[in-house]
Design a protein around this ligand. Structure first.
Ligand code: S5P
Length: 229
């Protein structure tokens, strides 16, 4: 982030592998993290994740597969390591809900820690009516402290702790506030990074649906770096 002067993470929630790769090549120079939903791809093959890994190396960003694991530890661990996607092999960052309790962190940790991966806990969500609030959010912070060898931070809407071991990453960001038709709510980089004290903004459609994603990513990057608190 310091080297590239960017606190911008992006996602391109497309169903086409080539579109994801083209997008990543375009925005790569401006981002610190590429967030993926690999299970959206209708033409997935393992070569996609190999190519994403090459792009991550070339442009110096980290891949974050936004899998939002939510099952018991044993199943989440298997979903992380096995199946079609083998997420733990190519995505150094993933995330999980804490609704099952600490076992999910322990399961993912067994698979991820030996590979040097890290985990984000969903402490809050951007969507309207989210139940991840109050005591639930506090529990996410407590669990992060308890498993700090594997948990690297939070998906959240505001800074939750001053503990420098944890990064705060915030989705639901656009240059102008608003919402979509299915409950997504947007805040500006200024609000998220400045006022709310988050570290990284996650921008999807604000960039992926722009006429020129590369130019738009550069614009968000500038805005985000200026807004940081
Ligand atoms: O609370 C959340 C958590 C996540 S990870 N709200 C979110 O929107 N996300 C993800 O961020 C979501 O899965 C999507 O990939 C992205 C937001 O995309 P956008 O197009 O609405 O900016």
């Amino acid at each position: 982030m310091e080297r590239k002067k960017t606190n911008l993470a992006v996602n391109c929630d497309t169903v086409r592998s080539q579109q994801l790769l083209d997008f990543t090549e375009q925005v790569g120079p401006h981002i610190c993290v590429l967030k993926t939903h690999i299970d959206l791809l209708e033409d997935f093959s393992p070569s996609v994740t190999q190519k994403l890994t090459q792009l991550a190396e070339k442009h110096q960003f980290l891949i974050f597969e936004d899998r939002k694991f939510a099952d018991i530890g044993t199943i989440s661990k298997a979903q992380y390591e096995k199946g079609i996607y083998h997420i733990s092999d190519w995505s150094p960052i993933t995330n999980c809900h804490i609704v099952p309790g600490p076992g999910i962190i322990e399961g993912l940790r067994e698979a991820g820690l030996p590979k040097g991966n890290g985990l984000l806990l969903l402490a809050q969500m951007s969507s309207k009516g989210s139940l991840a609030k109050d005591g639930y959010t506090l529990e996410a912070v407590r669990l992060a402290e308890l498993y700090s060898d594997f948990v690297i931070g939070f998906i959240c809407q505001e800074k939750l702790t001053d503990d420098p071991r944890f990064v705060h990453m915030t989705p639901g960001v656009k240059l102008s506030e608003g919402s979509d038709s299915l409950g997504q709510q947007y805040n500006t980089p200024e609000k998220v990074l400045g006022k709310n004290g988050s570290d990284i903004m996650i921008v999807g459609r604000g960039i992926s649906q722009a006429a020129d994603p590369s130019k738009e990513a550069a614009r968000y990057k500038e805005e985000g770096w200026r807004a940081r608190s």
